[in-house]
Design a binder for this molecule. Sequence first.
Ligand SMILES: *Cc1c(COP(=O)(O)O)cnc(C)c1O
Length: 372
Amino acid sequence: MNEFLPFSKPTIDEVTIAAVAEVLRSGWITSGPKVLEFEKQLSAYFGGRPVRTFNSGTCTMEIALRIAGIGSGDEVITTPISWVATANVILEVGAKPVFADIDPVTRNIDLDKVEAAITTKTRAIIPVYLAGNPVDMDKLYAIAKKYNLRIIEDAAQAIGSTWKGRAIGSFGDFVSFSFQANKNITTSEGGCLVLNNNEEVMLAEKYRLQGVTRSGWDGIEVDVLGGKYNMTDIAAAIGLGQFSKLNDITIKRRKLARHYFAILGNGFEKHTGAQLPVENFENSNWHLFQVVLPDRISRADFMSKMKDRKIGVGFHYAPIHLFKMYRALGFKEGMFPIAERVGRQIVSLPMFYSMNEGDVEHTCEAMLEVLR
Ligand SMILES: *Cc1c(COP(=O)(O)O)cnc(C)c1O
């Protein structure tokens, strides 16, 4: 009997485990030298842009919105197909979420629909790079410039992804990454935010820790409302170990994705009515390998039959605008039909660093059996 194959699984090597043990024995287990080192290495990777770490890839976006001064009376445009965090942060700062439907091929927000949704109240756009596949970055920043909007890139899934050879995060406006357990690199929970200048860094540090500014030995002042969002050295030690493997991880995921395409590329869509992801090997880090099932198949049924075959399947994501809390704000079925269909039928197949090509083959065989 083969073992259960989950859709995602972190790989933490022994060197990293030893580094965590060292932090635990050191007498300093909260934010300290490991956090500073992790921020320094991240900043170097993002072309020298300032970076600060946090305890999630959610508070990073909330803080970016606060730094941008976005709040009550402002509108922020985002996609309905993301983890609910992406829209929740807009509500968290008191602004109004506005959704734009997705592109059925990339499953990312449709930038033409973003442009159509812009009003005099629009202050920012939060694009999401689903599965690690970025939107058209040239077009995104052309829109930002034309309408004078801030961009908070929800690049939670996109560490290691690129655009025209440049790392996502190494250019643009605010860029938010998550290091949650399932992401390509993890700190168990955590995130980082790429910023533009020292003034933003100062604000990010304040919002990260109760709005506190320190000066001298005993000077302490509070002039904004901050939260408790700092990363620990324990998490940063995991992050440093993971980050040193980023390139390997991305290469391995691309290899696994190529293997999915090699097996499924020929006739799979035609024979099953299912839809493969965009074959983007230039930009995507292949955080997820997602297939949209044909309407004749019930996703719950598919997931349960795959589980019977010892294969874990995830779904990313249910459309945000159809959650109760968002319906209560006036959103309803039919508003974003592409997102609604994709949100109903999308599945994430196993994709993680320690998988092998045999696991891909086994998954494809099981899926073909279930879809037949
Ligand atoms: C993981 C994720 C988040 C949230 O990150 P956390 O670190 O779990 O807070 C937000 N947006 C997207 C698209 C994600 O995948």
